[in-house]
Write a protein that binds this ligand. Structure first.
Ligand code: SAM
Length: 205
């Protein structure tokens, strides 16, 4: 998976390639889908949600420019795969999920896999995690109608954020970087995610 779908498509960050070689994607999907776990596509994880395609996980993780000492916020825990990839690279990951059954199942999986540096929360992630902010990096793994200011305000100076922004059918992956005075945005390309639902996301299911 890593050489054919990820390194060959321009992912060069060694930390990302190493993490993706190490984390076994089949552990994050149901038993019935395990034989498809290394394919280049998203898979259902229940509750009408998905585990993202491996390449998009790699692209978003690389865009975060992670360093070992970083504290990272993820919105949309889902299967836990993206959080596990980040947890292989950085000091601590904070991840928020709004669907209770996914939150419970994935928390259990993190414990079974000994991911002691992943902190989980059952909540609406569009409000971020103010008590633990600021974060060196923020990743949103669901599509937003616009960039929630609540999240931008929880980004440290020098921090990086990636978020899919657009309609409910297609989005543009946006990278934000924050410096002393400003927030800079770059478009990384098209993508398709499930909806970010919450107070500062889509209001409807
Ligand atoms: N990072 C996940 C993974 O590796 O499996 C991707 C999961 S899926 C593409 C997006 C997830 O975002 C879903 O589990 C969904 O319930 C969650 N989500 C949507 N809106 C949310 C919100 N406001 N707060 C927290 N989670 C949210």
């Amino acid at each position: 998976m890593v050489s054919k779908q990820i390194a060959s498509r321009g992912i060069t960050d060694l930390n990302v390639l190493e993490a993706m070689s190490k984390v076994q994607r089949h552990l994050f999907v149901s038993e019935a889908l395990m034989d498809q776990a290394y394919g280049d596509f998203p898979l259902p994880i229940g509750e009408q949600q998905t585990i993202s395609q491996p390449y998009i996980v790699a692209e978003m993780t690389q865009a975060l420019q992670l360093r070992e000492e970083d504290r990272v916020l993820e919105i949309g825990t889902g299967s836990g795969y993206q959080a596990a990839i980040i947890a292989e690279i950085v000091f601590r990951v904070y991840t928020i999920e709004r669907i209770r059954s996914l939150f419970i199942k994935t928390r259990k999986l993190f414990d079974e896999l000994h991911y002691h540096n992943i902190v989980t929360k059952y909540s609406d992630g569009t409000s971020g995690w103010k008590d633990e902010s600021p974060f060196d990096a923020i990743i949103v793994t669901a599509g937003a109608p616009e960039i929630p200011e609540t999240l931008v305000s929880q980004l440290a100076v020098g921090g990086r954020m990636v978020i899919p922004v657009g309609t409910q059918y297609s989005q543009e992956l946006i990278k934000l970087t924050r410096d002393e005075n400003d927030v800079h945005k770059t478009a990384l390309g098209g993508c398709r995610f499930v909806k970010l639902i919450g107070e500062y996301g889509w209001r409807n299911q």
